[in-house]
Design a protein around this ligand. Sequence first.
Ligand code: HGY
Ligand code: MN
Ligand code: MN
Ligand code: MN
Length: 422
Amino acid sequence: GRRFGDGGDMRYSEHVKQDRLWDRLMDLAQIGATAKGGVNRQALTQEDGTARRMLADWALSRGFSIFQDEIGNLFVRRSGQDDTLPPVTTGSHLDTQPTGGRFDGAYGVMAGFEALEALEDAGALTKHPVEVVAWTNEEGARFPPSCMGSGVYTGRYSLEWAQAIRDPEGMSVGEALVSVMARTEDARPRDFGAPLAAYIEAHIEQGPVLVTEGETIGVVTSVQSQNLFEIEIFGEEAHAGTTPRANRSDAVLAAVEVIARLEKEALDDADAMRFTVGRFIAKPGAPNTVPSHVTFTIDLRHPENAEIERMSDLIGRLPATVAGARRCRAQVKRLSDSPVTPFTPEIVDLIDECRLALGLPGRRMPSGAGHDAMYIPPLAPTGMIFVPCVDGISHNEAEDALPEDLAAGARVLADCLAELAG
Ligand code: HGY
Ligand code: MN
Ligand code: MN
Ligand code: MN
């Protein structure tokens, strides 16, 4: 395949501009900026809409075109010589955690946009169109589960199921979508599951491996299994002072026992299991009323499917047993069950070759974090490029990254996309 740009000996990656990428990331970081230097731009908020509009305007200013599907996934297209061919696609997400950073998600979208700009500046003539996508609600913080937009696009979830999901204030995805999607109503329609020629996502590692080993590029080989459960415990309100234990149906004490027993079962000496109770809501929430209702989530991850199966079986059974012994009732819902996902060897090799050709230090590695890319392999050859983040910190307002590392990832991405677009 062709690795060079405009006919001369310029590589497309040499048209990547570090400052342009950094400046656009800092412009985006202003949308939902927090006092502590992070970003709170949760999915389908007005801030999310503003960021999507900013991307759309940048796209139109470069002569690219924009498309949007019914769950708001936003696609920016740089035309190829034959736009009937499936696009070579890159992307990530613009939504953040409530205490998120400036790079988780935004980096992958903007590295992809920078790759499109590099191709444009090089006057590249690609056979396939090249697209960068901003997937809706990758974080699943406000509206669990994560990777909702890419999950609907690839048929993991139905649009109706996703639209019915509500945030803690009771707002549904369907309701929130209306005003946010209206911000990019000039986008042309895109069908769910429209074919992709290939998909490569750039992302900060969100962990300590690259920084510890002094590597610049992570050539991602797989994503570990990611599973989300929502457990409800139903008890009964009662007076905190007058009600004897035998009469109590205390939903919090039942929930706490379930969590403590499950955590003990989950933790292994290899420290490979990731068990997180990130959301815990007790009602009515009055200090002197025995709580009648608890909703909590369990985010469970592991590099082996068998370990997840073992724990899933337990999570399906234990809450009812513990709740029953405490005169409560339990209900368990599984919101996501993404198995261990290996990436496509040809794409993994291409990324490794491109980074080597650019003289960038790197290593092959699995992803501990979940990403939209984990849903794409059934649709198209898929891979990911990691770059380091300072101290491996993420899902934290202190998240940081170096401009030269971000640009290095965008350079590898540009050459890979050009290679695949023919
Ligand atoms: O949860 C995850 O792993 C992703 O960063 N949202
Ligand atoms: Mn992310
Ligand atoms: Mn994240
Ligand atoms: Mn992701």
